[in-house]
Design a protein around this ligand. Structure first.
Ligand code: URA
Length: 231
């Protein structure tokens, strides 16, 4: 997309708009090898070669946010030497993306993927109180006392965690809402009752729902979709 040269320079981190105009008037800026003296000259940073004092301007990467329906068997890691199926490999490579928190290899469902480190910290940190909701299928029917035990919480790494909400939706299916994300938290909550987790799927993070996003597919979302607190 074409835009004014001064605006492109400023929005890609060269200097303030006024300073960029001075650079242009001073003959410091070239577009495709030609000195341009007009700030309103139209350019496309993806196509034109723009330099200031001989240094090529690189496009500043915008922040992107995706939700993915993670397939079973994929890991939330960058370690390509250790793992064959990596979540990030499901995405276009032009961004330096990472997952916000982790799901276990066998867990499916909603993963937030971004290049925004600031947001990642906010979502993961327990103080943010961003809810994560999971659908859990167990091997046996869930008894009332087991439901009660899960609701009471469990100790993980000497830290006691208690779910915000536990709802039985079918004989062997629960919905569990957490606000922190301790390693294997849902599995530990459920398995302390003697039940085995057969399927675990994350269905919501904040206001973002998995909905009918197909397994292995992703879509771009905005910060506002995630939670109004991140606007
Ligand atoms: N809790 C778990 O036990 N596993 C996950 O993948 C996520 C939450």
């Amino acid at each position: 997309m074409k835009n004014r040269l001064s605006k492109i320079l400023a929005s890609n981190g060269v200097a303030s708009r006024r300073k960029c105009e001075e650079l242009i008037f001073g003959g410091k800026v070239t577009v495709n090898g030609e000195v341009i003296l007009k700030p309103q000259h139209m350019v496309d940073i993806s196509k034109d070669n723009i330099s200031v004092d001989g240094n090529k301007i690189q496009k500043v990467e915008g922040k992107v946010y995706y939700i993915l329906n993670k397939p079973r068997g994929f890991v939330c890691s960058h370690d390509k030497e250790r793992f064959k199926n990596i979540v990030i490999d499901l995405f276009p490579t032009k961004y330096r993306l990472f997952t916000v928190g982790r799901l276990d290899k066998d867990t499916t469902g909603l993963v937030l993927v971004t290049n925004d480190g600031h947001l990642s910290h906010k979502v993961i940190h327990p103080s943010s109180e961003v809810q994560k909701e999971y659908l859990v299928k167990t091997n046996l029917d869930i008894l009332p006392e087991q439901l009660e035990k899960i609701s009471q919480g469990v100790s993980i790494d000497r830290c006691f965690v208690k779910p915000q909400k536990v709802v039985k939706v079918r004989k062997n299916t629960l919905k569990i809402t957490l606000k922190e994300g301790k390693k294997h938290e849902v599995r530990k909550l459920v398995e302390q009752t003697g039940q085995q987790v057969q399927e675990l799927q994350r269905i919501r993070i904040g206001n973002l729902r998995l909905g009918n996003l197909e397994i292995g597919h992703y879509k771009e979302v905005s910060l506002q979709d995630l939670d109004p607190i991140f606007e």
